[in-house]
Design a protein around this ligand. Structure first.
Ligand code: FES
Length: 102
């Protein structure tokens, strides 16, 4: 079980919880604004772009090459960017806050 907070593009915040699937699926299921998940989670759209808190980045683990390549195509990429379809909902992310990218 993981409970996480999404900070949306208009600076709203939303707490959601889940116990399986990807973080993108959790966001979409809860209607988090700005997370669309257009490609269904196969790492080919970047509509699930989030920023991870710097202190949490290593805990989640490094992105695979396919994710890094996709992020480089996004104008809003930052040091702690991730595609949340590639992050599994698990206790590892419990309590974390994610900012939805523009
Ligand atoms: S949902 Fe398309 S890259 Fe994450």
């Amino acid at each position: 079980m993981a409970k996480v907070i999404f900070v949306t593009q208009n600076n709203g915040s939303m707490e959601v919880e889940g116990d399986s699937g990807s973080l993108m699926e959790l966001a979409v299921a809860n209607g988090v604004a700005g997370i669309d998940g257009d490609c269904g989670g196969v790492c080919s759209c970047a509509t699930c772009h989030i920023y991870v808190e710097p202190a949490d980045f290593e805990k989640i683990g490094q992105p695979e090459e396919i994710e890094s390549d996709m992020l480089q195509l996004d104008d809003n990429v930052r040091e702690f960017s991730r595609l949340c379809c590639q992050i599994e909902v698990s206790e590892v992310i419990d309590g974390m806050t994610f900012v939805v990218a523009n």
